[in-house]
Design a protein around this ligand. Structure first.
Ligand SMILES: *[C@@H]1O[C@H](CO)[C@@H](O)[C@H](O)[C@H]1NC(C)=O
Ligand SMILES: *[C@@H]1O[C@H](CO)[C@@H](O)[C@H](O)[C@H]1NC(C)=O
Ligand SMILES: *[C@@H]1O[C@H](CO)[C@@H](O)[C@H](O)[C@H]1NC(C)=O
Length: 221
């Protein structure tokens, strides 16, 4: 009986701290620190920037949030799913490239207001968060906020982005010609990482683009 009520008290503490985004460690010093996702699990010394980069490198799709312009829900937050890539195979840049068309509901929002947030999580990968619930803080996820930028079709970056996208998503090559697909990217302003107990971490844009590992190649773009 006593044990059960202690358990439920602990659960409530955990729930409240989750909601308030307060570090869990203070209250739960005895909970063994798991590490987020398969990468942090394979290397606890990885920096937050490296973990953020790995999530963006290894996931295939993201959630994209816009301010809706859709009739009936104007002004509401709107979320959708997009395939993305940050570089050719084994050569990530950290920049999320998207293959978009202005017929798309999210793109229509972004034409009016290019403020955007994206989220990617190792929960996408079959072995990414094997032992964790997707909402568990140890199941790594990164939230990036910035500007949605269409890339000029005559630029080198357009070719680079397209190659990056097609390498990861070979079916894109067969998407309809008459839909006006183009390459876009997220110009990053803020990076928030959830990778373990302890609440969200802010990863500086500078650290994100110069992670101290050789396993992530920084391609020129
Ligand atoms: C973990 O990270 C350290 C420091 O970056 C690196 O030297 C080591 O090789 C990594 N270990 C694994 C298993 O990737
Ligand atoms: C985008 O966000 C910025 C704040 O960073 C704000 O000043 C600006 O008004 C927003 N743009 C639109 C079109 O709402
Ligand atoms: C990564 O891309 C750069 C050019 O952007 C290229 O020089 C380099 O060889 C590439 N590395 C790999 C491992 O593909």
């Amino acid at each position: 009986m006593i044990q059960m009520s202690l358990t439920s008290i602990l659960k409530n503490v955990l729930f409240v701290t989750l909601l308030l985004n307060i570090p869990w460690e203070a209250q739960c010093a005895n909970i063994q620190h798991g590490s987020g996702g398969r990468y942090a699990a394979s290397n606890d010394s990885d920096s937050d920037a490296v973990v953020a980069r790995r999530i963006i490198r290894d996931t295939n799709w993201l959630s994209i949030a816009t301010i809706s312009t859709h009739e009936g829900i104007e002004g509401y937050p709107f979320v959708s799913l997009k395939s993305f890539s940050d570089g050719p195979n084994d050569n990530g840049t950290g920049i999320p490239y998207l293959y978009m068309t202005d017929q798309d509901i999210s793109a229509l929002d972004l034409l009016q207001n290019n403020n955007v947030s994206i989220m990617a999580s190792l929960a996408e990968l079959s072995d990414g968060c094997a032992d964790y619930d997707p909402q568990d803080p140890r199941c790594s996820k990164v939230m990036i906020t910035g500007k949605y930028i269409k890339i000029e079709s005559s630029s080198d970056e357009f070719s680079f982005g397209k190659e990056a996208l097609f390498a990861k998503h070979p079916q894109m090559e067969y998407w309809p010609d008459d839909h006006g697909f183009y390459v876009a990217k997220i110009e990053i302003q803020e990076i928030l990482l959830l990778n373990n107990y302890g609440g969200l971490k802010t990863v500086s844009v500078e650290d994100y683009f110069s992670p101290s590992v050789t396993r992530i190649v920084n391609a020129e773009h």
